[in-house]
Design a protein around this ligand. Structure first.
Ligand code: SAH
Length: 344
């Protein structure tokens, strides 16, 4: 049990070479895939993503739904609509729902608690993952007690100066990190992560992220390439590197054998086969969209986001095919992090 989240140690120099060396993709992917198969076999867990609001009080310079973007058509799902998404998801075999949103204070804690309780009552064999940004300790605790199981909150960067280049001064590096520790303490399965090639990011910043994650020992780690988002202050920065992102997926699997690592939508957006290649590079989770189609295109964190026009059922069918073709299989259960050390 103790060894569960043990991470594997590699030197900064080794990590730097892995991150920067363009010729290492295959070597790293092969190593990562062997580790993943040893623990998770060919299982791919699916999470139904419900993007329930694109209102946000924050103003992250990289994000398309930032407060200052006046070109966004804002929407909110009602609790009833959220429940409908989970019902559709349940029928399709989803046993985890990820409730993601901008930081929207319209949803008071009581409302979120009610939604969590209702979903859990109706579908007791499911897990609820929250991804709604920074809240108070008390709110995190209430949501957990209401039945939420997991919380995704990417640290975005583990370097204070870099953080301050990506966010306006009213946002706090310390608060974001503190939140992650609080979530762990409360008992959530916690997810961290970052964007690859976000503006001003150096290799050293990425290594700092890996070191921070080794300290945090998260259950889930989500990464994707930074993607240009028009109507943001960073609209002139180019998309991140696809190949570097894949190398980082592999590095994460090597450092965190037990982590749940998604092949993210951003990876599928930058390359049509990005999610398949992400799985082959060590990822073992996919997060297809369950949000109502009419709102999908408005949850535009970055340009050209994929799957904005497909019904949930179509998404699921399309993904099953892609997963099969890649040599893995979709598993329809909660897909908790494996907590026992196997010999490998
Ligand atoms: N409000 C929630 C959810 C954020 S959206 C929160 O604060 O956690 C989920 C993730 O999308 C972010 O954590 C960020 O890493 C990523 N993201 C935002 N803008 C992006 C962009 N332009 N390119 C790639 N990823 C982006």
């Amino acid at each position: 049990m103790e060894k569960l989240r043990n991470t594997v140690y590699y030197s900064d120099n080794q990590l730097k070479n892995w991150i920067e060396n363009e010729s290492l993709n295959e070597t790293l992917a092969t190593k990562a895939d062997a580790i993943r198969r040893n623990i998770y076999g060919d299982d791919v867990y699916i999470r139904g993503l419900i993007e329930f609001s694109n209102y946000c009080k924050n103003d992250c310079f990289y994000c398309g739904i930032r407060k200052s973007n006046k070109n966004v058509k804002r929407y909110r799902l009602t609790p009833k609509e959220i429940l409908e998404c989970t019902d559709i998801g349940y029928k399709l075999g989803f046993r985890t729902y990820v409730m993601q949103s901008g930081e929207d204070t319209y949803y008071r804690d009581d409302m979120i608690v009610k939604i969590i309780e209702t979903v859990k009552n109706k579908h007791p064999d499911t897990a609820i993952t929250l991804s709604m940004g920074e809240k108070s300790y008390e709110s995190y605790k209430r949501f957990y007690e209401a039945g939420a199981d997991r919380y995704l909150l990417r640290e975005e960067t583990s370097d204070r100066e870099h953080y301050n280049k990506l966010h306006p001064s009213f946002m706090s590096f310390d608060n974001r990190r503190e939140s992650l520790w609080q979530l762990k303490e409360i008992g959530y399965q916690v997810g961290g992560g970052f964007m690859v090639d976000s503006p001003y990011q150096s290799t050293e910043n990425l290594i700092e992220d890996l070191r921070f994650l080794q300290e945090l020992e998260p259950d889930m780690i989500g990464i994707g390439p930074y993607l240009t988002s028009k109507d943001t202050p960073f609209s002139n920065f180019p998309d991140g590197s696809f190949k570097k992102t894949l190398r980082l997926v592999s590095i994460l699997r090597i450092l965190f054998p037990y982590a749940l690592i998604p092949a993210t939508t951003a990876l599928g957006t930058i390359n049509p086969l990005g999610r398949e290649m992400g799985l082959k590079a060590g990822a073992n989770v996919l997060m297809p969209n369950l949000s109502p189609i009419m709102y999908r295109k408005d949850y535009q964190l970055y340009d050209n986001k994929i799957c904005t026009g497909d019904e949930a059922a179509e998404c699921k069918a399309c993904l099953s095919l892609r997963v099969d073709k890649s040599g893995y299989k979709i598993v329809c259960d909660k897909g908790d992090v494996i907590t026992r050390q196997k010999d490998f």
